[in-house]
Design a protein around this ligand. Sequence first.
Ligand SMILES: [Cu+2]
Length: 165
Amino acid sequence: MGSFSAGHHVLGAALVLSTFIVHAYEYTAGALKIVHPFAVVSTPGATTGAAFIERIENSLAQRDRLVRVSSPIASKVLLHQHETTSSGVMKMREVAYISVEGGANTDVGKSSGYHLMLHELRKPLVAGDRIAATLYFELAGPVEVAFVVAPATSESAINPHQHKH
Ligand SMILES: [Cu+2]
């Protein structure tokens, strides 16, 4: 159940992304450019939410790493990756960091399977809200951003994670 809905929310996010491209916004921190961080509307009563970053551009030759994320809206934010096993089952796992390779773009959600899980939400994620957060990079240090909550455009887009840790 958990893994099934996880797959759905990632797909939903990808659909939302295409409608948001016109309103792209970005944050710069040293050699890094954080382009279009966004979250997905949470369902009523949900205590977890999901957030994504369209891409992180790294203009240095050196690799950086996103090692931690914090936000006042959630008691903790975990870095997650989902992957499909050889038997075709979608699995979620927490990762210690997300690599941002030098001279390349890294996405958090679109094709990488990475996403950010907001645990124990203090309030629901409502479309249009800006969720303050701090991204901590190994080299670039802390970066203040806002995740804009994307409106749900389909049932799959509002399907949150239900998996437990
Ligand atoms: Cu997850």
